[in-house]
Design a protein. Structure first.
Length: 201
C-alpha cells in the first residue's frame, strides 16, 4: 500500500505540471515559409508548393499540423494569397502568408493586331500598310497592302518567349525575331532588314 500512495501523488503532480504549462502558454507557433514569400509566375507556369515549418516554444516542431488555405489559379492573371496556419496544444494559432502573382505570358502580351507603315526596299517610293495579328492559338497572320494596290497575305505558326518570337513557315523554315513590348502598345520587332516599330490596334 505504501508504494501505491507514493506513486499516486507523483503522477498527479506531473499531470498538474503539464496542465500548468498549457494554461500558461500564450505564445503562438512560429510559421516559417520555405522558399520565397512573394512568388511571380507567368500565366500557365506551374506553381510548386515549397511548404513551411511550424515551431512552438512548448510543443516543439508541429509542422505536421500546418494547414494551407487559399488557391492559385495559374490560368488566370492576378494575385493569390496562401495562408499557412498551425495550432499548438494550448490553442494558440500561428500563421504566415505567401503572395503569388500571375502575370501575362508572352502569348498574352503579343495577342492582337499590330500596325506599321513600311517602305518597299526595292522601290522607296512605294509604301505599304503592314498588319500582324497574333492569335492565342499560336497563329500569326500577316497582311500587306501596298500603295500600288497589291496585297499579300501570309500565315505562320509561332511560339514566343518574353524576348523572342520564333516563326515557323509552312515549309518548316524557322526564323527567330527578338522583340520588345513597350507599355503594352508598342512592339519593337527586330528583323534582318532592321527594327520595325508597330502600334497595337
Amino acid at each position: 500500500m505504501k508504494n501505491i500512495f507514493f506513486i499516486l501523488p507523483v503522477w498527479l503532480c506531473i499531470a498538474c505540471s503539464a496542465d500548468d504549462n498549457q494554461i500558461g502558454d500564450t505564445t503562438a507557433p512560429v510559421i516559417t515559409l520555405l522558399g520565397d514569400a512573394e512568388v511571380i509566375l507567368n500565366r500557365e507556369e506551374i506553381y510548386v508548393e515549397a511548404g513551411a515549418t511550424a515551431i512552438d516554444d512548448v510543443d516543439g516542431d508541429i509542422s505536421d499540423r500546418i494547414q494551407i488555405a487559399g488557391q492559385v489559379l495559374t490560368d488566370n492573371i492576378g494575385i493569390y494569397y496562401l495562408t499557412y496556419s498551425a495550432t499548438d496544444d494550448a490553442g494558440n494559432i500561428g500563421s504566415a502568408t505567401r503572395d503569388i502573382e500571375i502575370k501575362p505570358n508572352s502569348i498574352d502580351l503579343l495577342a492582337g493586331s499590330w500596325f506599321v507603315v513600311i517602305t518597299d526596299s526595292d522601290n522607296p517610293s512605294v509604301t505599304g500598310d503592314l498588319t500582324l495579328t497574333f492569335t492565342s492559338n499560336n497563329d500569326l497572320f500577316v497582311n500587306q497592302i501596298w500603295s500600288t494596290g497589291e496585297t499579300a497575305n501570309f500565315t505562320y505558326e509561332y511560339t514566343a518567349t518574353l524576348e523572342e518570337i520564333t516563326l515557323i513557315e509552312p515549309d518548316g523554315t524557322v526564323e527567330v525575331l527578338p522583340y520588345v513590348i513597350i507599355e503594352n502598345d508598342t512592339l519593337i520587332l527586330t528583323t534582318e532588314d532592321g527594327d520595325l516599330e508597330l502600334t497595337r490596334i
